[in-house]
Ligand binder design. Sequence first.
Ligand code: FPP
Length: 249
Amino acid sequence: MPQTTSSTPPEHVAIIMDGNGRWAQQRGLPRIEGHRRGVETVRAVTDAGRELGLRTLTLYAFSVENWNRPQDEVGALMGLLEYYLKKELNTFIKNRIRLRTIGRTNELPAGVQKHLDHTIEATKAFTDYTLVLALNYGSRTEIVDAAKAYAQAVAAGEIAADDTSWGTFNRFLYTAGLPDPDLIIRTSGEERLSNFLLMQGAYAELVFTPVLWPDFNKEHLATAIAEYGRRERRFGKTSAQVQAPVPTS
Ligand code: FPP
């Protein structure tokens, strides 16, 4: 078989968890019930990702734009997040899951920040599997924050002003030290990226599934990974180049 880059399984999968509200609406339930079920899915999919061999799983849990939702929904989401962090700490430790965040987490409620800091500290030594929660995240905000930090580093003489390489700049993104996502999945049938990992996903494969987030499970994740395996990742090269047999020596 010719070797292509997509024959290797994805290391980093990122998911836009969408459809909680519709899941609840379809059942005549309040939207928050959909989010509550969505948290159960977060737990199950975190386990599934590890079982399917991922090294990094990033979940888009709250965007900078989500503050514009009705106040009671925002409050309920923050409450759920705090509850989840409290409840999952022992599982993170037992299953050796490192927690990281991306986004302006300093603008989250103090209680959420406290549990985030505690969990991140308690799990920082784990290296096999990382769960990244995108919280108060947006790619445009990320670029603005990175540009500011970059400009400060140039002004401080830490970076040469004529160093225009991506490799230097991307160290200022929230995702510094994390690999780029190989695969981005969006649930609920919507087909857009909604300000999520726009830079890091430059070469990611995209898979859209009609399944609503509360119904998403290990099998759906495995199906998306199988779809990824059928893609040819070319990174700007030609198909012939990436299919060239790897010399065996
Ligand atoms: C999108 O569904 C989902 C969100 C905006 C929030 C995602 C949050 C969770 C899954 C729960 C909290 C997360 C953690 C990590 C504890 P939607 O409400 O936009 O659905 P709709 O498009 O059907 O209305």
